[in-house]
Design a protein around this ligand. Structure first.
Ligand SMILES: [Zn+2]
Length: 198
């Protein structure tokens, strides 16, 4: 009398446990759980990894390095993007973001160098600010420096102005100005004047 060994396998479709006589291994049968045809094979014993641990650690390290490289690339891309955005005067933080200010003709007025002017809006707050940096390009101290911007709506109509003042701007120093924009319809701004206390 021959005893048939009963083996256990997993359904290839539903993963259900399928028991079968040893001599049926390799045959296809209907899964008792999902009724799909599945090949009968011995279920892999738990944790029977054929990959040596060293290789796995190695692979893991490789993945880490790849991910690290990817993050580095993303950071570099982001940085480049930020720089480009700054250069192109694309609006900064907050929603909704008003369009960019025109940066043309803003540079090099009377020994000052002004950056592109951006709109800044803090989420959850109504205030909008026109921000940028102004550098004293000269080797003398400037006093009572005032930046004045003309503000325009989407159709190009002037809706007001925004100003900010700094008391002292040292030679070669940079000042980050922040001029309050009162009209919420403001979509662009243009430098009107940079003045100093006489
Ligand atoms: Zn199944």
């Amino acid at each position: 009398m021959s005893r048939t060994k009963i083996l256990q396998g997993d359904c290839q479709h539903c993963g259900g446990r399928v028991e079968f006589p040893a001599e049926h291994a390799g045959l296809t049968t209907e899964c008792p759980h999902c009724q799909q045809p599945t090949e009968l094979f011995l279920a892999a014993p738990p944790q029977a990894s054929t990959v040596p641990v060293k290789t796995m650690v190695f692979a893991f390290l490789a993945v880490l390095i790849l991910v690290g490289g990817w993050i580095g690339t993303q950071m570099a891309l982001k940085r480049a993007q930020q720089l480009t955005e700054r250069a192109n005067a694309v609006a900064v933080s907050g929603t909704p973001t008003p369009p960019a200010i025109s940066a043309s003709g803003l540079a090099g007025e009377a020994g000052f160098q002004i950056s592109a002017v951006l709109f800044e809006k803090t989420a959850g707050k109504a205030e909008i600010y026109a921000v940028g940096t102004l550098r004293n390009e000269t080797d003398r101290q400037r006093l009572g420096v005032r930046v004045e911007l003309d503000l325009f709506d989407a159709s190009g109509v002037r809706v007001g102005s925004a100003t900010d003042t700094v008391r002292v701007l040292k030679p070669g120093a940079e000042w980050r100005f922040k001029a309050r924009v009162t009209d919420p319809n403001t979509t662009s701004a243009r430098l009107k004047a940079i003045t100093e206390q006489p």
